[in-house]
Design a protein around this ligand. Structure first.
Ligand code: TYD
Length: 144
């Protein structure tokens, strides 16, 4: 388990863009454009105005979050630092390392939040309570 990650380990990755008169295409290959192999892809859509998603951290999961359509803000929090990343282009992906609390807010109408994930779904990988998350981060912070 990786606990000593910080929001500064997360970064926006510019993805490739193949442009022609008929539109744009972006492709993502695991371990090529992004630093992990994909085991799962999911997407959030039909998000009602004012709704917030996320509100949890993962112990092991790495993710790339892309605004496939529209825009939204991702709030990253490592228990000490906090930053907001606005995603509004389909060719930018936010790489989120394990052990980061995230919330996704301010969805525009029709926004699609595409998430590429390094592992299959595992409910045991989630930390859903912020106080438990802080305890988790503070326990043995250098243990990997
Ligand atoms: P959750 O990860 O809490 O969504 P968000 O962070 O976007 O608010 O997941 C919502 C529900 O969907 C929860 O019951 C778990 C389920 N789920 C799956 O079954 N498979 C998945 O790959 C994901 C991401 C969620």
């Amino acid at each position: 388990m990786i606990k000593n990650t910080s929001i500064y380990n997360c970064c926006v990755i510019e993805l490739n863009r193949i442009h022609n008169r008929s539109g744009n295409l972006t492709s993502i290959e695991g371990m090529n454009n992004i630093p992990f192999n994909l085991k799962r892809l999911y997407y959030l859509y039909d998000v009602p105005g004012g709704a917030e998603r996320g509100g949890h951290a993962h112990k092991k999961l790495e993710q790339l979050i892309v605004a496939a359509s529209g825009c939204f803000d991702v709030v990253l929090d490592d228990g000490k630092n906090r930053k907001v990343v606005e995603l509004n282009r389909s060719y930018y992906g936010l790489y989120v390392v394990p052990g980061i609390w995230r919330e996704i807010i301010n969805f525009s109408s029709g926004a699609i939040c595409l998430v590429l994930a390094s592992e299959k779904y595992d409910a045991a990988d989630y930390l859903r309570d912020y106080n438990e998350y802080l305890i988790y981060k503070n326990e043995n912070p250098s243990v990997i």
